[in-house]
Design a binder for this molecule. Structure first.
Ligand SMILES: Nc1ncnc2c1ncn2[C@@H]1O[C@H](COP(=O)(O)OP(=O)(O)O)[C@@H](O)[C@H]1O
Ligand SMILES: [Mg+2]
Length: 253
C-alpha cells in the first residue's frame, strides 16, 4: 500500500532530507509504518487527555526504543501536533546523538533547575513544532530522579504547552526507571525486536510491568532481523506491527 503513494514533500526519511536525519535506514515505507503506529495510538490512548505522555521502553537494550521514540515523535509533529521528545534514558542517552545535536543541556537541567533556557532553544531544525529535550548531564540516581515529584511537575508543566510528549526510557529488565515514571505518564509503548529479544525476556518484561500496574498502551514489533554484527544489510525497517496489548492475556500464558 505504501509503495503506490508518493511522498509529497521531503521528510527526514526520504531523499532531499535535511542533514539532521534520524536514522539512515529509514525510508518512506518505514515512515508509513510509524504513521500506522500514530493512528493506532489514538485508539489505545484514554479519551479526553489533553496531552498524552507516552513512555517508550522494552525489555533489553538495542531493541529500538530510541529509534521508535524519535520517529513516533516525528510523525506526530509532522501531522501538525506540537510535540516534545524527552530523552529519559539517563543512563545511556542517545537522542542527542541520533538527532546530531548537543546532549549537554536538557532534562537534568530542568529537573535540577540549573540554567533554564527558553523552551524555544529545544526546537528542532527539522520541523518547527518538534521539540527535543536531550538528557543533559547524567545524574548519579536516575531511577529516583525519573520517578521524582520534580519529574511529575515538569511533565505537568510541559503538558500545558504541548499536544504530545514522548519519553524515551531505559529497558525494563535492566533498571526500574520505566516503572518509576509510570505515575507521571499516560502509558507505555513497549518495543520488541523480532529475532533479537528472547521470549523469556519479553515475558519477564511484561510480568514486571503488570506487577507494577503500569498502563501498557501497545507494543511495537521492530522487524529487523539481527545478524549479531551489523545492521548494514537492513536497508529498511521491514515492518512495524502495532497491536493492542492486553496484560491479562500475556500474563496467563
Ligand atoms: N528496524 C531496525 N532496522 C535496522 N536498524 C535498527 C532497527 N531498529 C533499531 N536499529 C538500530 O539498532 C540500534 C539500537 O537501536 P536503538 O533505538 O538505539 O535501541 P534502544 O534504544 O532500544 O537501545 C541502533 O543503532 C539503531 O539504529
Ligand atoms: Mg535507547
Amino acid at each position: 500500500m505504501g509503495f503506490l503513494k508518493k511522498s509529497r514533500k521531503p521528510t527526514p526519511f526520504s531523499s532531499g532530507a535535511p542533514k539532521t536525519v534520524l536514522h539512515k535506514n529509514l525510508d518512506f515505507t518505514s515512515t508509513e509504518q510509524y504513521k500506522v503506529l500514530r493512528t493506532n495510538l489514538r485508539f489505545t490512548l484514554p479519551e479526553g487527555v489533553k496531552c498524552p505522555i507516552i513512555g517508550i521502553t522494552s525489555s533489553m537494550r538495542g531493541e529500538g526504543k530510541s529509534t521508535t521514540a524519535v520517529n513516533l515523535s516525528y510523525v506526530l509533529a509532522e501531522s501538525g501536533k506540537k510535540v516534545l521528545l524527552i530523552d529519559g534514558d539517563l543512563r545511556i542517552p542517545s537522542i542527542a546523538k541520533k538527532m546530531e545535536i548537543s546532549g549537554d543541556y536538557g532534562l537534568t537541567n530542568y529537573l535540577m533547575k540549573t540554567e533554564i533556557r527558553p523552551l524555544d532553544s529545544l526546537r528542532s531544525s527539522v520541523i518547527d513544532n518538534w521539540y527535543i529535550m536531550p538528557s543533559g548531564e547524567l545524574p548519579p540516581d536516575p531511577s529516583e530522579l525519573i520517578g521524582s515529584r520534580r519529574m511529575g511537575a515538569l511533565l505537568k508543566t510541559m503538558s500545558e504547552e504541548f499536544d504530545y510528549i514522548i519519553v524515551d526510557l531505559p529497558p525494563v529488565n535492566i533498571v526500574t526507571d520505566a516503572m518509576a515514571i509510570s505515575e507521571h505518564i499516560t502509558g507505555l509503548v513497549v518495543v520488541v525486536r523480532e529475532g533479537y529479544t528472547e521470549k523469556g525476556e519479553v515475558e519477564r518484561c511484561f510480568r514486571q510491568l503488570k506487577l507494577s500496574n503500569v498502563k501498557v498502551l501497545g507494543c511495537v514489533i521492530n522487524g529487523a532481523t539481527h545478524d549479531g554484527a551489523s545492521y548494514g544489510k537492513y536497508k529498511k525497517y521491514k515492518y512495524y506491527k502495532y497491536y493492542k496489548y492486553s496484560s491479562e492475556e500475556t500474563a496467563s500464558k
